[in-house]
Design a binder for this molecule. Structure first.
Ligand SMILES: *Cc1c(COP(=O)(O)O)cnc(C)c1O
Length: 442
């Protein structure tokens, strides 16, 4: 990102009087610093803010130009007359210092060239899709998706002549080839193109993983690299899965979950090569939907501990699932640390660095037994969402997926005894004691 807080060479070259060239602080000599280190200061220069160690929250709607020529140059960047976006800050619908620092730091986790932030995960997803589709186009997506994402494709984009083809998350390379061929034919009939391949992995609440490498190979053979592969990495990112290394072009987050991590904000982001970010930035500039400065500041706070929190939550989940595995009141678990299908295990081994802390617990019985378990939990709170410091539990069939038709629920394995659990950073033994006493009441 180019702005007063940018540390990249480009911004230093295109400097205005207020922007001073700064050394590249992402390395010590040839030693590359890790994201966990860079979260404390990357992209922020205290000298530009009275020496404040932490960035102030910049509550301003607009930014003054040092000169009229600078103003013209900035607008050439904003309007696309000059490539590479604005060289400085212009107006807060386009960007601001807190958002730019946040975007710089988010790109580090996925090794992305650029990132964009939004007022929610859904804003990110909707603007991303709208930036790439035209009338007659087809979106190919894995299923199931987060319900609102699926609804946006099926109910909103369809109003503008965009259709979709979906495939089950666990599909093989041959099935992916077939689905892309089908989408290509469908696009040709509609006078459009396959505009995007949109994945979500692991799928919620089944935890089925998508083989990103296989999809990249299928895309390159059936379509072309001009059709971007985007992936919603909310459940495992940024720590446990880095999809850009496995063939995805664009990574998508609900920052509301693990990245925000304290269940106290709503935000979203995308990251990838500038080639993919630029059209999305242009549409965001037009529509709005950028995250606000206060939320961006809270996310900078969150990013300082994201690795610690996710590590602890992942360790907790592993201990708790080891306890639940053979419990007589537990029918089975849908946990990435205990996969039974060899193909899913193979995808896990290639794509994942950890099993996460969100899993499905199938209680012996049906809805009544699941309700009894949920109503007797003491530490774990009864709420939807995930990735926070606190442990949450919910019943998808009766809550997030209540409106899904029964046949589709059955096909997706969303049964009445499936309890969805997101483990937090409490003490693992305390959580085990809580689950143990709640299971005893079933
Ligand atoms: C929560 C969530 C979203 C939507 O994000 P919001 O920040 O609530 O808009 C999208 N995808 C996944 C996988 C999610 O869990």
């Amino acid at each position: 990102m180019a702005g007063p807080h940018d540390t990249s060479e480009n911004a230093a070259v295109a400097s205005s009087p207020r922007r001073t060239p700064r050394p590249d602080k992402t390395h010590i000599g040839t030693h590359a610093l890790k994201p966990s280190t860079l979260m404390m200061g990357h992209g922020y220069d205290p000298d530009l803010s009275e020496g404040a160690l932490k960035p102030p929250i910049f509550l301003t709607s607009t930014f003054t130009f040092p000169s009229a020529a600078d103003g013209k140059r900035h607008f050439e960047g904003i309007t696309g007359k000059r490539p590479g976006g604005a060289a400085g800050l212009v107006y807060s619908r386009f960007n601001g210092p807190n958002q730019e620092i946040l975007e710089d730091r988010l790109s580090l986790w996925d090794g992305a060239e650029d990132a964009l932030t939004f007022s929610s995960g859904m804003t990110a997803i909707c603007i991303l899709m709208m930036a790439f589709v035209s009338q007659g186009d087809v979106i190919v997506h894995s299923g199931p998706l987060y319900a609102a994402s699926e609804g946006f494709v099926a109910k909103v984009l369809s109003k503008f002549g965009v259709t979709y083809v979906d495939f089950p998350a666990g599909a093989s390379r041959a099935e992916m080839d077939a689905v892309l061929e089908r989408a290509k034919d469908q696009a040709a009939r509609q006078g459009g193109k396959v505009a995007m391949i949109y994945l979500e992995s692991p799928a919620n609440p089944t935890n089925a993983l998508v083989d990103i490498e296989a999809m990249q190979a299928a895309r390159d053979s059936v379509l072309s690299p001009d059709c971007p592969i985007a992936i919603d990495n909310t459940f495992l990112g940024p720590l446990w899965q880095r999809p850009l290394q496995h063939g995805a072009d664009i990574v998508v987050y609900s920052l509301t979950k693990y990245v925000g991590g304290h269940s106290d904000l709503v935000a979203g982001s995308i990251a990838g090569a500038k080639r993919w970010m630029d059209p999305v930035r242009a549409l965001r500039n037009t529509m709005g939907g950028i995250v606000d400065p206060n939320t961006a500041w809270m996310l900078l706070r969150s990013l300082e501990t994201v690795e610690l929190r996710m590590q602890r939550a992942g360790e907790n989940a592993a201990k708790i699932c080891a306890f639940l595995k053979d419990h007589p009141k537990v029918e089975r678990l849908g946990y990435l640390g205990q996969i039974s299908d060899p193909r899913q295990q193979d995808i896990y081994n290639r794509h994942c660095n950890g099993a996460g802390s969100t899993f499905s617990l199938f209680i012996e019985g049906g809805e009544a037994e699941a309700f009894r378990f949920l109503d007797n939990l003491v530490i774990a709170k009864l709420a939807v969402s995930l990735g926070g410091t606190e442990t949450l539990a919910s019943l998808p069939a009766a809550m997030t997926h209540l409106s899904v038709p029964d046949e589709r629920k059955a096909a997706l394995g969303i049964t009445d005894n499936l309890v969805r659990i997101s483990i937090g950073i409490e003490d693992a033994d305390d959580l085990i004691a809580d689950f143990d006493q709640a299971l005893a009441k079933v």
